[in-house]
Design a protein around this ligand. Structure first.
Ligand SMILES: Cc1ncc(COP(=O)(O)O)c(C=O)c1O
Length: 376
């Protein structure tokens, strides 16, 4: 099977994990955790990194730290992996599902601007939904597939309407908007190191921030809010959301290889674009000139999505449809979905992700291109 986006373990992973096993530092503290936090933060251009057990727990933590409360609204794109929206529900808040731009597949900022202008108003300095008076607390942009929306515009809208921003940067390690790394536009950005991401720790995540107090608080809350180094004294409800040292050791080894992984993702995208341009109705996710994506998960669109999917999977070339839009999932149907043309549904019905692991060979890419061409 040629994997969709599998791990590439070719560096010092064995060595560093063995070091953990040899020294007994296998649990939630250890030098690799600190080193991994520093490496990711430095790579992204943030001052601090706080490692977490997953991208989902990083998002949950960031929502808690932004004091998003039960019944607040949080605006999130309707096309994302379900974990973004789930994290909003973990704090009892309510998602407002915003449709996506049909070309870039990121949150549609025209729609967002119209929604904020028409449906919300400031009451005592807080953005409230006109219809039901609930507070709109935050926007959670998701850098879908490693692409990015116009983050300057989004941050401007957030400032104008007094909204917090929590970046779901889980897919975008190595992506930039106007040279600034994803996850560093808002006070906190969240990354994931799940097995299919550009680097992996097996499972894991991280919050990056420039704010020392927030970093401290994140560390505290992810460590059961233990407030004394000796006694079991906890000063609030905390969480066991830490990343373990063995995972962080893997993360350090992966970070050492990240520049090469990004380069390979770019090369894979270029090979696919060349090989598939002009083939039937195949098109690609568009990228704005200000964005340098990491090309995390290469995704095409075509009316013959199902046929291509079936053919590739039948030939052991692992391919996946896009996420079912959030407004179509049973637990999110009741929440507001803001749209004028339901681009989410269209993208869902036409997009498919094709194999693009960083260790895929050029010859495998040619075979995949050949199989896709056969469909047309
Ligand atoms: C957009 C998005 N948000 C959140 C997550 C959650 O990350 P994790 O799987 O590390 O919990 C993922 C990835 O899995 C994701 O792709």
């Amino acid at each position: 099977m040629i994997l969709l986006s599998g791990p590439n373990i070719g560096g010092n992973e064995w060595k560093y994990i063995k070091d953990c096993l040899d020294t007994g530092w296998v649990s939630s503290v250890g030098a690799y955790v600190t080193q991994f936090e520093q490496m990711v933060a430095e790579f992204a251009g943030a001052r601090f990194g706080v490692a977490t057990s997953s991208g989902t727990t990083a998002l949950h933590m960031a929502l808690l730290l932004e004091e998003v409360q039960a019944d607040d609204y949080v605006i999130v794109p309707n096309v994302t992996f379900v974990a973004s929206v789930n994290s909003i529900r973990y704090v009892g808040a309510r998602p407002i599902l915003m449709d996506i731009d049909p070309l870039t597949w990121q949150m549609d900022l025209d729609l967002l601007a119209d929604f904020l202008a028409e449906k919300t108003e400031l009451r005592d300095g807080e953005c409230c939904h006109r219809a039901d008076g609930r507070r709109v607390r935050a926007i959670m942009p998701v850098h879908v597939l490693g692409n990015m929306a116009d983050m300057e515009r989004l941050m401007g809208l957030a400032a104008q309407y007094h909204l917090r921003v929590i970046e779901d940067a889980t897919e975008s390690l190595g992506s930039y908007f106007k040279g600034k790394h994803s996850g560093t536009f808002s006070r906190m950005g969240c990354f994931s190191f799940n097995g299919n991401k550009i680097i992996t720790t097996g499972g894991g995540g991280m919050i990056v921030t420039d704010d020392e107090a927030l970093a401290r608080k994140a560390k505290h809350l992810t460590t059961q809010a233990k407030a004394d180094s000796f006694e079991y004294y906890h000063d609030e409800v905390g969480y066991n959301y830490r990343l373990v040292n063995t995972s962080a050791a893997m993360g350090v080894a992966q970070m050492e290889q990240l520049p090469g992984f990004i380069e390979r993702k770019h090369a894979i995208a270029a090979i696919y674009k060349e090989g598939l341009s002009g083939v039937g109705d195949i098109g690609f996710q568009e990228v704005a000139p200000e964005v340098e994506p990491n090309w995390w998960l290469f995704t095409i669109h075509t009316e013959r999505q199902r046929e291509v999917l079936e053919r590739l999977n039948a030939h052991q070339m692992q391919s996946r449809p896009f996420w079912v839009p959030m407004n179509q999932l049973p637990m999110y149907r009741e929440f507001p979905y803001i749209q004028t043309a339901d681009h989410s549904d269209r993208v869902y019905r036409t997009a498919l992700s094709i194999p693009c692991s960083t260790n895929i060979t050029d010859s495998e890419l040619e075979q995949i291109i050949g199989k896709i061409r056969e469909c047309y």
